[in-house]
Every structure is written in C-alpha cells, then in structure tokens.
Design a protein around this ligand. Structure first.
Ligand code: 1GP
Length: 262
C-alpha cells in the first residue's frame, strides 16, 4: 500500500515533464492542439526552421521531427538544433528508430508501434534507446502508436499489420490496451501522405473507449478534415505533408484547430 510519502515518489517516477504538462494544460483549458511534423528527408535545416517559425507565428503548439525512412543521427541533430534556434514552442522527436534520438530536442514521443508484427518496433528499439534518452535528459512521453490503412511508408517500414480504417472496435481494443499499459497518449496514424485520414467513426469509437488524449494524423489536408477529427474526439492534430505542399493551406488548418471549441 502506498503511503503519502511513497505516493509523491510514485508521482515523480511518472516523470511528467514540462512538454507534457504544457500539452495537458492546453487540453485542460479546452484548447485543441496542432503539431507540425517536419520530415528530415523533405527539408533542409534552413527550410525546416523557416517553416517551423511560420507555424509558430500562426499558432501551432509544437514541432515534431521524424520520418519513416530517415536514419542519420547527425543530420537529425543539425535539423533539431536549427529548428530550436528559430522557435520557442517545443520540439518533440517522432522517432522511427534509435537514430532519431537527438539530445537537442525538448521531448521524445516514447512510443510503441502496437500493431507491428515485429518485436523491434514494439519494444526492441525502445529498449535500445532508453538509456540514451535518459543520458541526454530528453523528456520521454509514453505513447501508443497505431497504424491504419496499408499503402504508406510507415506501415511498410514499421512492419505493421494495419488496422482497418472502418472497424473502430478493433482500434478501440488496442487503444484501451495502450491506456492500461500506462501509455499517456494514443496516436491514430493513417500514414504520411495517406489518401484519406482516419475516419471520424473510428476516432469516435476510440474516444468512447479511453480517457487519455488522442492524436490523429496522416492525410489531413483541409481544415474540414481537422474539424471532423476534432468533433469525433481527437485532441491533437498532426499535419506534415500539407505544409510542404502549401503553407497557406497548413495555416488554415492551424487556425481551424486553434479556434475549435467543442
Ligand atoms: C505522419 O501523421 C503524420 O506521421 C502526418 O501525416 O504528412 O499526411 O500530414 P501527413
């Protein structure tokens, strides 16, 4: 049984850090969150820092850095450093591998690809990277990652057995398991550049099943897509590709997310 002293220690060991607190404070106040994903393969350091600062100006809440087919730790470091110098919102690593771990980031989604068939993406890379994350003092935010659909780089590289887009009850099983395993966020991923985002009925089914925040990303190209996801119960919207294609459209999405009220 925990006494009060132990409970304080226990809470400390949950290690809820500054970035997670920042996100939770926003959600608690009724705001929805927008995170801009920068793929190191698609941008130079200069382009990335420019796009990150434009996103911050428009109201985006943070920058995620990661890509499914990127494996250079030194380039990751350069990119993260350059983005950090241009903005004051947090930079969160969105890792595909242990080579994504950059000491310059504020936080890392410490994530497990729960519907992978490969042990490496469920716990292998995490066990290899954990000590480095600790040594670098990067804030780790535990997250369960679920991939939908199939025809995307992330599904192939992560050896996912993709969840069906329209069977929310299957996604809800995984999401509830993530919550019971102690993960503090769940990410419903359609894959970068996906033809369609995760459908609202699936997000709704997950929302009903869990209490922890839901991140939705992949294939969000219009403000309506973001609004539909938020109405269905998403808390955090991630967009990547659209900012590379047209920053104007990305700006509209950020504005839609930031002015949304349930
Ligand atoms: C990919 O969910 C993110 O991991 C963002 O996807 O590039 O399609 O916006 P898009």
């Amino acid at each position: 049984m925990l006494n009060l002293r132990n409970r304080v220690i226990y809470m400390k060991h949950l290690r809820i850090g500054k970035v997670e607190e920042y996100l939770l404070n926003k959600l608690e106040s009724g705001e929805k969150i927008h995170l801009l994903l920068i793929d190191p393969e698609e941008s130079t350091s200069q382009e990335a820092s420019l796009i990150a600062s434009r996103a911050e100006e428009v109201g985006s809440d943070g920058i995620m850095v990661g890509g499914s087919t990127f494996f250079s730790q030194s380039q990751m470091d350069d990119l993260v450093k350059s983005i950090k110098s241009a903005i004051s919102i947090p930079v969160i690593i969105f890792p595909n591998n242990i080579t994504s771990i950059s000491r310059y980031a504020d936080a890392i989604w410490f994530m497990s690809l729960l519907n992978s068939v490969d042990h490496y993406f469920i716990i292998g890379a995490q066990s290899q990277g954990a000590v480095l994350v600790s040594q670098y003092g990067i804030e780790a935010i535990p997250m369960g990652y679920l991939i939908f659909g199939g025809d995307t780089a992330v599904a192939a590289m992560g050896r996912a057995l993709p969840l069906p887009m329209n069977r929310g009850e299957v996604a809800a099983c995984y999401a509830l398991a993530a919550q019971y395993l102690g993960m503090r966020f769940v990410y419903l991923e359609a894959g970068s550049g996906a033809e369609k985002p995760v459908p609202p009925q699936t997000i709704r089914a997950v929302r009903k099943a869990i209490d922890i925040p839901i991140i939705v990303g992949g294939g969000i190209r219009r403000p309506e897509d973001a609004i539909t996801s938020l109405k269905a119960g998403a808390d955090i919207i991630v967009t990547g590709t659209i900012a590379e294609e047209s920053f104007q459209r990305c700006r509209e999405i950020i504005r839609a997310v930031k002015s949304f009220r349930a």
